[in-house]
Ligand binder design. Sequence first.
Ligand SMILES: Cc1ncc(COP(=O)(O)O)c(C=O)c1O
Length: 490
Amino acid sequence: MATLHLPVERNNGVPIFRQIHDGLRRAILDGRLRPGQRIPSTRGLAADLGVSRLPVLSAYEQLLHEGYLVGRTGSGTFVSTSIPDHLLRSPGARRLAPAPRPSAKLRERPVPNQPSPTSWSLPIVPFQVGHPALDLFPHAAWAKLVSRQLRAETSEQLAYGDPAGWRGLRVAIAEHLRASRGVRCVADQVLIVPGSQAALRLAAATLLEPNDRVAVEEPGYFGAHRALRAARAQLVPVPVDAEGLHVATLQRRGTNIRAVYVTPSHQYPLGMTMSASRRFALLDWAVRREAWILEDDYDSEFRYVSRPVGALQGMDARDRVIYIGTFSKALFPAVRVGYIVVPPPLWTRFLESRFAFDLFTPTLYQRALAEFLKQGHFARHLRRMRSAYLERRNALLRGLSRHCGDLVQVHNSDAGLHVAVLLREGVEDQDVAARLGRRGVATLALSTSYLEPTRRQGLLLGFGCAEARRLFDATRILGEVLGDLAVASR
Ligand SMILES: Cc1ncc(COP(=O)(O)O)c(C=O)c1O
């Protein structure tokens, strides 16, 4: 017992008897106390730990009751020799046991070179990619609508909902998409899902067989890579250039490509808009090959230089485009509401998989959101956000030019909530991102968006989530980090 480490802290909110109980139990389960081994008397342990005897007595009693200890009259207390195996595999034991070796199949799963699943749930700091201006969200109006919906809740609204989504929201989304994105749709084509990630999973589950080949933009969106891989698709990277996806290369990549994932309005991550001729070529390819186009229109609401470009879906007369949108950027990610505009011939298939997936999207936020759109809050919010983002983007560009000079080359800054910058030859973007992270600035290394080994080195600088001044200040830090690296490499 001399080597047994039993930490007891007085002010950590956990009762002392519970800490002693848990510490002894852990020691038994992970083998530091062996079956049959004698444990100290309650008086001895209380003295060792510097606590009164009462909590030690309570802990022993509990362990005796649970069968971890046995008491022998006159000779003391011992670890039970008959702890059943299932207890050694209890949740506590599992936590302590070494992680089981993954099977060969499981070992294939980790995605190399890509941002970790937790990279989005970090504190919100300048340059973090993917976050909108949560500080400017109209909380009061939203809270009013949500609480009104809560108060009005009837039994019907607490019951299972429509797998397609709350009708009022589907109507409002269809109206919005027709008017602002040129999407050809009616409410009966709109399927509500918990975000565009879920939309991608659903589309993949509905349209693909395992090992189907799916083309993706190179570089491209890691969330899409993950969703498609989860459906056992084989990813076929196709390069992008100033006009977006290089459709001629797609055509050369074989006849058996079942689908292509694209971000035509604002290519993720490099930011260009797909040209009209590429759009027609892509639609033509899809019709000839009977392939599907998964169009991700994730942040199309925000354009700063020219007028918004309509969705590719609006040009599709042959039902090849599955259009995916989200409220994560236009409103806030935690709302977890996205949508798919499904070509009518595929509706029943999609609805079946929607049902199999998770039945339906929680109703309360859908109802509040429908009102948010209907009452004009959404349109007003977008107008405000466009000018706020323009200011933030301009501050970022000013800062880059002032502090980074020719250490970075701005790739594209016409739209969306981030700017992609390219780094000088020889500078490694993951190294820069790590150095910035240590100084409280969160960027995403461009190289993590590539599937193939040839990777451009750059950074994605999110400007949605921080005020103009903080963005400007962060460019100074970026300039210092890049300046130090430039000096070190001379
Ligand atoms: C290309 C792209 N699609 C979709 C999303 C949003 O995903 P979700 O709707 O699941 O929050 C993001 C977020 O950054 C994105 O970059």
